[in-house]
Design a protein around this ligand. Structure first.
Ligand code: SF4
Length: 387
């Protein structure tokens, strides 16, 4: 191995120190603790030495059948070796195939997350909706759902939506569950013109990204409101839009505990209470229902923005690609997450700083396309590596 650990030394450690798992071997010998490329070899030595006593349950599993490297190994290599693209990762880590729809989108996300500002987005490694910046429908047309910050829209934006729906023969105009307006039945070739005519930001309804911040009208309008949920929700959405995340992220912000914007089933739910806010995380109203759990009780909107920012960056850095917040929280525990984003000011500030770097590297895909800088890429990957 790269730490100079021989097979003989590993076998000796297994037999003399009573080791049963790869983690045991790592701890005692330092084997498989650099790039992780020899992890599979360590497993085979364990299996050959222990026979039926080998604890395969604890062996890390490669990202997919295309590689023996785990998610953590891959991110470590991306950071330490400065890998800036899917192609770099696959060539450097010796991918055994052209990739699959498990590893290619995951690698593209991990590179962007670990190397903001220098990562090269491999559009062909994204799944169809992210390549098209729109959701494909069952008849092959697309839906177009622009950003409507906090669910608050102007008369001029509503007029543009209506004009575009008429001009491009949208077959359906629908108010979505996230307080957006969706145009359905848009032809693929019309997408760039639709985006240009709308002149609104992409709503990312198609991506593993911040989807929506749903708000109630809060203390500005509602007699029960104790906090300004409109202002806080819009601020959060403007701050976090365009951010790629391991899985889709939905936020709800409410002016009082009556919770009209359903924060209890959002990835991040903010509830205004007398004298402050409660921040809940890990809610989901999808296939698997999950009630959000209290992450923090805070006094000011600024504190909420900071804790939410740190939470979302921690999730971006630690969750597996495709893992929703509630599953990540169950796996890592809420108390462990709380220690990082709530209890430790230095770690929270560092997470917020890294979030700023990630945000600085984003740009709006609809605007880029409408300005002619980029065309939507519908084609899926061909091999980026020499085979
Ligand atoms: S959550 Fe409270 S403040 Fe917001 S609309 Fe409902 S009752 Fe009013």
């Amino acid at each position: 191995g790269c730490n100079g650990i021989t097979k003989g030394k590993i076998i000796e450690a297994i037999e003399k120190k009573g080791l049963f798992t790869r983690d045991d071997v790592k701890r005692e010998t330092k084997a498989a603790t650099s790039c992780g490329g020899c992890s599979g070899l360590v497993d085979r030595i364990l299996e050959a030495t222990l026979g039926a006593n080998f604890n395969a349950v604890n062996a890390d599993v490669g990202l997919c059948a295309c590689t023996r490297y785990t998610r953590d190994d891959i991110i470590k290599n991306i950071r330490e070796r400065g890998l800036n693209s899917v192609k770099d990762v696959m060539e450097t880590l010796g991918w055994e195939t052209v990739g699959c729809d498990t590893c290619r989108p995951a690698l593209n996300y991990y590179v962007a997350m670990a190397r903001p500002g220098t990562a090269e987005d491999d559009v062909s490694s994204r799944l169809i909706n992210e390549r098209a910046h729109a959701n494909i429908q069952k008849d092959g047309t697309y839906s177009v759902i622009p950003r409507v910050y906090g669910g608050v829209i102007t008369p001029s934006e509503m007029k543009r939506l209506a004009d575009v729906a008429i001009k491009y023969n949208a077959s359906l105009i629908k108010i979505t569950g996230g307080q957006r307006i969706g145009l359905y039945g848009i032809k693929k070739d019309d997408l760039p013109s639709v985006w240009a005519d709308l002149n609104m930001a992409s709503g990312y309804a198609y991506g593993k990204a911040l989807r929506t911040v749903k708000t109630c009208v809060g203390s500005k309008f509602c007699r029960y409101g104790t906090q300004d949920s409109l202002d806080l929700g819009i601020t959060l959405e403007k701050r976090l839009e365009r951010l790629w995340t391991p899985a889709k992220v939905k936020i709800g912000v409410n002016g009082c505990p009556r919770n009209c914007a359903e924060p209890g089933i959002k990835d991040i739910g903010v509830t205004g209470v007398s004298g402050g806010f409660e921040v809940y995380v890990g809610g989901s109203g999808g296939i698997e229902l999950s009630a959000g759990e209290l992450l923090a009780a805070l006094k000011t909107p600024e504190e909420v923005i900071k804790v939410v920012s740190a939470f979302i960056q921690h999730y971006r850095e630690e969750a597996n690609y495709g893992e929703r917040t509630f599953k990540w929280i169950r796996r890592t525990t809420l108390s462990a997450i709380k220690k990082v984003v709530v209890d430790d000011a230095a770690k929270r500030n560092a997470l917020c700083q890294r979030l700023e770097e990630a945000l600085a590297a984003t740009s709006d895909p609809w605007t880029n396309t409408a300005r002619g800088a980029k065309k939507p890429e519908i084609r899926q990957w061909a091999s980026p590596v020499r085979l």
